[in-house]
Design a protein around this ligand. Structure first.
Ligand SMILES: *Cc1c(COP(=O)(O)O)cnc(C)c1O
Length: 216
């Protein structure tokens, strides 16, 4: 069994979605995983995702997982399926505007800061919690939250951060999404920490190097 297939088996009891993170990997490598049945692929750069979308089968669902500049939203709005990395109100506004024009419903996740490092993008939870104006976003399907744990060997810390994200999800659900059946996703867990993430309630794992091999 390939690593890919064993990950798929591992995810089954959790009912979690695998986003195969194909950034920096060539199309033929992606096609191989596609041929095994994978349809959800994650990229962190806009231009790379556009090029791959053009070259590869059209039933692939493209997930943008990396930081998105507002000015680039228009370049992906016609085909992107999921944006995990929505980390500001101005970006929400821009995606809403472009989605309306395109008459597309876009799936998005609110990226929230959970790591101790400053460098990670994401909403400050309190700012998000106090100021989200849900009624502005008719063209968005806000499906949940996304977060990245601190890059550390300290498993307890990673677990605490994933728990924090889960608690943020619950608070948002209670305040804003209690009547929305689509608010179900917690995108957390990568190659190094996805087992912990699944334990803590992840519904979407974003796994790259474990499937495709280390990146250069
Ligand atoms: C690259 C990346 C991943 C996958 O990382 P791996 O360690 O290769 O599994 C997941 N999420 C985000 C946001 C990434 O940029």
């Amino acid at each position: 069994m390939s690593t890919y297939e064993s990950i798929i088996k591992e995810l089954e009891p959790y009912n979690a979605t695998l986003v195969a993170v194909s950034k920096t990997k060539p199309n033929q490598e992606i096609q191989k995983i596609y041929n095994l049945g994978q349809r959800d692929f994650g990229e962190n750069r806009v231009q790379e995702m556009i090029d791959k979308h053009e070259a590869l089968p059209k039933d692939i669902k493209w997930h943008l997982i990396g930081h998105l500049q507002s000015k680039k939203v228009k370049n992906i709005i016609s085909f992107v399926d999921y944006i995990h990395s929505v980390d500001s109100f101005s970006l929400l506004d821009e995606i809403e505007k472009r989605a309306q024009k395109e008459e597309r419903k876009i799936n998005i996740l609110l990226q929230i800061k959970i790591a101790e490092e400053d460098s990670k993008y994401g909403f400050d939870f309190n700012e998000l919690f106090e100021n989200l104006e849900l009624s502005k976003y008719e063209s968005l399907s806000i499906n949940g939250v996304m977060g990245m744990a601190t890059f550390t060997e300290n498993i307890d810390q990673v677990r605490e951060e994933f728990r924090l994200l889960k608690s943020y999800f619950n608070l948002l659900k209670e305040k804003y999404f209690y009547d929305k059946e689509s608010f179900t996703e917690i995108s957390m867990g990568m190659s190094g920490d996805y087992k912990i993430a699944l334990d803590e309630g992840s519904t979407m794992v974003r796994i790259g190097s474990l499937i495709f091999g280390e990146r250069e």
